[in-house]
Each structure stands twice: as structure tokens, then as C-alpha cells.
Ligand binder design. Structure first.
Ligand SMILES: Cc1ncc(COP(=O)(O)O)c(C=O)c1O
Length: 429
């Protein structure tokens, strides 16, 4: 209750002399008040309004797959949903057969051996697992090192767990490693956790397998745990295979890795993620989840087993679709004079806002202008923290024709707006 609620401001004006109660107010906990205003809120509201008004907005804002999962996965879901045995509460750490299938995939793809009993857990999407892992590991006075720019839950999962965050530039991997060492040497108490995310969202930075042994070395030297967010493990181009952190020697001693079926399998709405690795960390997450949830609908887990076991070829085809879209979007942006490095993996293009526009307005205002005047929605880089200022993230979730159209609309919009910002000098009569 706030000070206002205590004031009896009705004493002289209320003839019944009953105290007039101030309007009831809900006061949020400190953890909610520590969260900044949601930066994507303005974009999302405008996008919603425009669509309601009948505009055909090309939406490259969110990494929300628009292609369907394989038919056999949906069929298995229907079949399993028709089985009355699948409708009760499930185990909060997931069906053992699903964890086994995850272990098979890790062995097949990365040569990593995982004990499905103790080193793997099923999550309601990797974001749920990640945020509850933060709750299991972090508390007041604990510090986590995260990449900058950052995927919002990497920052706010720690903040909601009452921890502190140091964000380290991710663009140069060598520098990222030396900044980790520097931070550990100069912070007291030392950071407790490192969050890594390769292929990185939003910057699309990738690493080679020789990067992770260096991370393990640092973790052992300075005594921090590691969470690898490997959400884009299944979406890679031109023959590149994103390496798993768990394949590094000693990785299981210091950390865990999150993977998801949201991206490569087009199952984002199903909410299926996994955490694998260090058994003590997994146990910590299982403890929190045991209190918070009753597990995932069993029919979904059964369909996920089929997906992991039998649809690898479809996952590869989906990567090829993203690769084609990447080429169309990057070529289009280059044609209109933008800087954008073609990503080797992930679902995004990370483009630089042209210099003259960077000088005129913030990245958020620029993204708003593209939406309001050009009917193209993108994510302003500043939504991923100050290191993202000057960049836009564009998701490859529209087809190639729509991406070409998006580039044309952006170009036209900027041409139109140019006259507003640098009107021709009045001719001398
Ligand atoms: C880096 C990263 N991690 C985690 C997630 C969340 O994935 P999930 O759908 O498994 O919760 C996303 C989704 O966009 C992501 O980009």
C-alpha cells in the first residue's frame, strides 16, 4: 500500500463520516519493477493497429517460423492425443524416451554422450528452461556475464532471479574471451555464471569448435558455470555446422546447453526445449520445475520423439529455405546500399542502419518509420541493449517474394522520407 492509501481525505467532505477508501492499488514486487519498459511494445502496438486497419505489413520482426512442421509429426500428435492415457499430468523432467532421443541426436550430430537419466531434462520451450535455470543458480549478489547485444531473456532471466549482469561485446570472439578473463580478475565476488549463445541472436556471430575449449579453460580457472544457448543449432547454411559447447572436453564439468524444437522443426508454438549437460545443474533446474510445473502434455512429447527420430531430412530442407531467403534479403539490402554480412546460421539478418539515418534518429525511431511509412516491421537493434544501437534485425520468416517486396518498400520509404529530411533548397528567383 502506498502513502496515499493511508490518507483519510474524506473526513470533512463525507457527510456519513465513513472514511473514503482510496482506489485499490496493486503493487508489483521489486523483481517486476526492476524490468525496463518493453522496447518492442511500440513496434508491436503499431503493427497490430496497422493490420487492423487493413495494411499488408511485411513482418520481419520476430523469429517466429511461418512454415509448418512435418505432416508425420502432426499426425503423431493427433494419434497420441486420441489416447486417453496421455491426458494426465506428466513428469516435469519429461518422458525418458524423449530424453533418450535427445541423447541419440547429440551422439549422432556432435559425438557427445549424454546420460538421459541424469544429464538431460525436457523444458516447456528453452526460454522457460533457461529462466528457471537462472532461478536455480542465481540470487542476490550473484553476477552473470552475458553477450552484448543480448537476447532479452539472457539479461532479464538473471535480473528476475535477483542477480546482476555484465554484458560483454560479442562481435569479436577473441576479445569476448579476453573480456571474460578481465571481468573475472576485476570483479569481487567473481562472476558465477557465463551465458554464451552461438549462433548468436541477434548479431548472427558464429564460432568454430576450437572456441569452446577456451571457454571451459576460463570456467575452470575462474570457477564460473556456463549456460550455452544453442537455439539455432539446426539452422545453418553453406555446409557450416554450428558446434556444440558440450563437445568440448570438460564442458560437462562446468555447464549445460539448451536446445529447442522451435526453430529447425517449425514447432515454436509447441513449446519443446531441452537442457543437457552437468548433472548437478540439471538437478537444480529439475528441483525448480518440480515445484513450478507438471510437465508437458504427453502427446506433444510423443510427437517430439518422432520428430527427433525421423525428420532430420526435413530440418535440413528448412535450413535450405532459410539460406535462399538469406541470399534474397542480403542481396536486396546490398543493392540499396546497406551493410549486412550474410549470416552462416540462424534465422536473421543483422543489418546496419545507413550512416545518414543513424545521424538523424535513433534505431527505434528508424524502425518505427519503416513500419509506419513503409509497412515493413523489423526489430530495432537497441531492443537488444545499447550494443545493438545502429542495427536492425530482420527475421527470415517471410517467403522470398515477400522479402524482395520488403526491400522495395524500404527503399521507397527512405526515398520519400529523404525529401522530408533534406528538402531541396528553394530556387532563387
Ligand atoms: C537465442 C534464443 N534462445 C532461446 C529462444 C527461445 O526458444 P524457445 O522457443 O525454445 O523458448 C530464442 C527464440 O527466439 C532465441 O532466439
Amino acid at each position: 500500500m502506498t502513502a496515499n492509501n493511508h490518507q483519510n481525505n474524506g473526513a470533512s467532505s463525507n457527510p456519513s463520516s465513513e472514511p473514503v477508501e482510496a482506489p485499490f492499488r496493486v503493487e508489483y514486487a521489486d523483481r517486476v519493477q526492476r524490468l525496463p519498459p518493453y522496447l518492442f511494445g511500440r513496434i508491436n502496438n503499431t503493427l497490430y493497429q496497422k493490420r487492423r486497419a487493413g495494411h499488408d505489413v511485411i513482418d520481419l520482426g520476430m523469429g517466429n517460423p511461418s512454415d509448418p512442421p512435418e505432416k508425420m509429426i502432426i499426425e503423431k500428435l493427433c494419434e497420441a492425443a486420441d489416447d486417453v492415457r496421455n491426458h494426465g499430468y506428466s513428469k516435469s523432467n519429461g518422458l525418458l524416451n524423449l530424453r533418450r532421443e535427445l541423447a541419440h541426436k547429440y551422439f549422432r550430430k556432435y559425438g557427445v554422450r549424454i546420460d538421459p537419466e541424469s544429464q538431460a531434462i525436457v523444458c516447456l520451450g528453452s526460454k522457460e528452461g533457461f529462466s528457471h535455470m537462472c532461478l536455480a543458480l542465481m540470487g542476490p549478489g550473484d553476477t552473470a556475464m552475458i553477450p552484448a547485444p543480448f537476447f532479452p531473456v539472457h539479461m532479464y532471466g538473471v535480473v528476475l532471479a535477483a542477480g546482476n549482469v555484465v554484458a560483454l561485446e560479442v562481435a569479436d570472439s577473441e576479445k569476448f574471451l579476453s573480456n571474460i578473463a578481465y571481468t573475472c580478475q576485476h570483479f569481487y565476488p567473481r562472476p558465477k555464471l557465463l551465458i554464451i549463445n552461438y549462433p548468436h541472436n541477434p548479431s548472427t556471430i558464429t564460432v568454430e569448435p576450437d572456441f569452446f575449449p577456451e571457454v571451459v579453460k576460463l570456467a575452470k580457472r575462474y570457477g564460473f558455470m556456463v549456460i550455452s544457448d544453442f537455439a539455432y543449432s539446426d539452422v545453418a547454411f553453406d555446409g557450416y555446422q554450428p558446434p556444440s559447447f558440450l563437445a568440448a572436453e570438460g564442458a560437462m564439468d562446468v555447464g549445460v546447453e539448451f536446445t529447442t524444437m522451435s526453430k529447425g522443426y517449425n514447432m515454436a508454438g509447441w513449446r519443446i526445449g531441452f537442457c543437457a549437460g552437468n548433472a548437478d545443474m540439471i538437478r537444480g533446474l529439475a528441483t525448480i520445475k518440480g515445484y513450478y510445473d507438471y510437465g508437458m502434455f504427453q502427446a506433444i512429447q510423443i510427437a517430439a520423439i518422432v520428430a527427433l527420430r525421423d525428420t532430420e531430412a526435413a530440418v535440413e530442407r528448412q535450413s535450405m529455405i532459410y539460406q535462399g531467403r538469406r541470399d534474397v534479403l542480403v542481396e536486396g539490402l546490398h543493392r540499396i546500399g546497406w551493410e549486412a554480412t550474410p549470416p552462416r546460421a540462424g534465422m536473421f539478418v543483422w543489418g546496419r542502419v545507413p550512416e545518414k539515418w543513424r545521424q538523424r534518429m535513433s534505431t527505434l525511431d528508424f524502425a518505427m518509420m519503416l513500419l509506419e511509412e513503409g509497412d515493413v516491421a523489423v526489430s530495432p537493434g537497441s531492443g537488444f541493449g545499447p550494443a545493438g544501437e545502429g542495427y536492425l534485425r530482420m527475421a527470415l520468416v517471410e517467403n522470398e517474394n515477400r522479402l524482395r517486396q520488403a526491400v522495395r518498400q524500404i527503399a521507397k520509404c527512405l526515398e520519400r522520407m529523404e525529401s522530408k529530411y533534406s528538402p531541396k533548397a528553394p530556387s532563387v528567383v
